[in-house]
Write a new protein. Structure first.
Length: 430
């Protein structure tokens, strides 16, 4: 994981009971716990390793409406307001900046797709628009390539993943949440078909409600209880450079690179046109649900049959509350950096903006993304198991919406009026 992830000190005492247990200390679980603590609802947040250790510290930090499905825009708009007020709310910076996000089009066909997206979200008045080649040169000077155009949203931006989630967790504790780290939840306890508690590796807690925000671990956790959630793991690899004078403060996505300024003066870069797909049994079991995505994004995927397949097979799919769970055996999903993709990203970016020739690589890492068949998350109460709310499957774009998604999950778990219409995120849609 990134060296920049802040370590925070949390409780060592496991309460006997609470009202809500949140499983998973990523941005979604932390936002849910923060919301509940602010509403004076007793909450215990349980993380198997350290807060923010998986996707929520490893991501690029983009907070965008651009290129989102129309039905996901209300959550993104709610998240924008939450991000803007977050520093005051938690009395700590999160690196949030509205510097705009731009996606470049290499040809007219790509620009046409951006235009279609603009039409699909016209009702939201996002201020998104197409940029001409000349406008791109003006906003991101010093480029070598002639782009067909770009789509741009000035109110999009980014925050710093390595500090945001931990800062929010610290604030949640100050407001009354109990946070436990290095504690894997093994199973749920049920009585008369309803959730009544959780069993962790260090003891159990009685509760009325559980919110599962377990990221890439959610599918296996639910599977152990006979609940089928469709998500597949994909790997995204990232580079952070040391400080340089870059061409813009806006975040820029090209066809085969992307970059955005980091608060320390460097840039966060990835090969935007490629994700590694390490084959697992789940890819074989669920692959058919992803055929549409595969058709559109075949060139995006670098499919690899490597030792991940065997390692994943060895991990239990069913276990009891008294046996060591897969979440203790693999404490953190920590995929190896994909050097080849990072090299491609740097080469492609340097060819497009030679200013990046001076960039020195300060750090590289990778993260495991949990992708659903329609690339939208599940945020819902599970009818088959009253007392369980799930907020997971954020498909590579849940950092930006995370603070709103966590709040929505807290609303659903406690029967409060929902922040936005939750119907796009129904569990039973697959
Ligand atoms: C490289 C990369 C780049 C990305 N870029 C962006 C971006 O620019 N913008 C954007 O919006 N999104 C981006 N994303 C996606 C974004 O990071 C995720 O969608 C978001 O962080 C999901 O948050 P989460 O809380 O659901 O999951 P996570 O952050 O993965 O948190 C889940 C937590 O649950 C814990 N857990 C799981 N099971 C258990 C258990 N049984 N007991 C206790 N704890 C458990 C895990 O340890 C983990 O800490 C990117 C992701 C990656 C990997």
């Amino acid at each position: 994981m990134t060296k920049m992830l802040e370590t925070i000190h949390t409780s060592k005492q496991m309460p006997k009971s609470t009202t809500v247990v949140v499983i998973g200390g990523g941005i979604v679980g932390v936002a849910a716990a923060l919301t509940l603590a602010e509403r004076d609802i007793p909450v215990v947040l349980i993380e198997k390793d350290q807060i923010g250790c998986e996707q929520s510290s490893r991501n690029l930090g983009w907070i965008r409406k651009t290129s989102r499905y129309a039905k996901d825009i209300p959550l993104a708009l709610a998240a924008d307001s939450i991000w803007a007020s977050m520093p005051e709310r938690i009395d700590s910076p999160v690196g949030y900046r509205r510097e705009g996000i731009m996606f470049l089009a290499k040809d007219e066909a790509q620009l046409g797709l951006y235009d279609e997206w603009l039409k699909s979200v016209a009702g939201f008045k996002l201020g998104s628009r197409l940029l001409s080649t000349a406008e791109i040169d003006q906003r991101v000077p010093g480029g070598n390539k002639k782009w067909a155009g770009a789509v741009y949203t000035g109110s999009d931006g980014y925050a710093e993943p390595a500090v945001a989630t931990t800062a929010m967790a610290r604030a949640a504790m100050k407001k009354g949440a109990v946070v436990l780290q290095n504690t894997a939840v093994r199973t749920l306890v049920t009585r008369a078909g309803k959730v009544t508690g959780v069993v962790t590796e260090n003891g159990s807690i009685d509760c009325d409600q559980v919110i599962l925000a377990g990221g890439a671990g959610s599918r296996r956790f639910l599977g152990n209880m006979g609940i089928k959630l469709s998500t597949l793991p994909l790997i995204c690899s990232v580079v952070r450079t040391s400080a340089i004078d870059g061409p813009t403060l806006s975040a820029v996505g090209g066809p085969d690179f992307s970059f955005r300024k980091h608060q320390d003066g460097g840039y966060i870069i990835t090969q935007r046109g490629a994700l590694k797909a390490p084959l697992t049994l789940d890819h074989l079991l669920l692959g058919y649900q992803y055929l549409d995505q595969l058709k559109n994004q075949r060139n995006f995927l670098r499919i690899a049959l490597d030792r991940t397949f065997i390692e994943d097979l060895k991990l239990a799919r069913r276990w009891s509350s008294t046996s060591v769970s897969p979440f203790e055996k693999v404490r953190v999903n920590n995929p190896a950096t994909v050097t080849e993709l990072n090299q491609e990203a740097m080469q492609n970016l340097r060819a497009a903006w030679p200013a990046f020739n001076q960039a020195q690589i300060a750090e590289a890492w990778a993260g495991l993304i949990d992708v659903t068949p329609d690339s939208n998350p599940v945020i819902d109460n599970i009818d088959a198991l009253p007392g369980l709310t799930v907020a997971t499957g954020f498909s590579g774009h849940g950092f930006g919406t995370g603070p709103a998604a966590g709040q929505l999950a807290a609303d659903l778990a406690t029967n409060a009026s929902p922040l936005v219409d939750p119907s796009p995120y129904r569990f039973d849609r697959f």
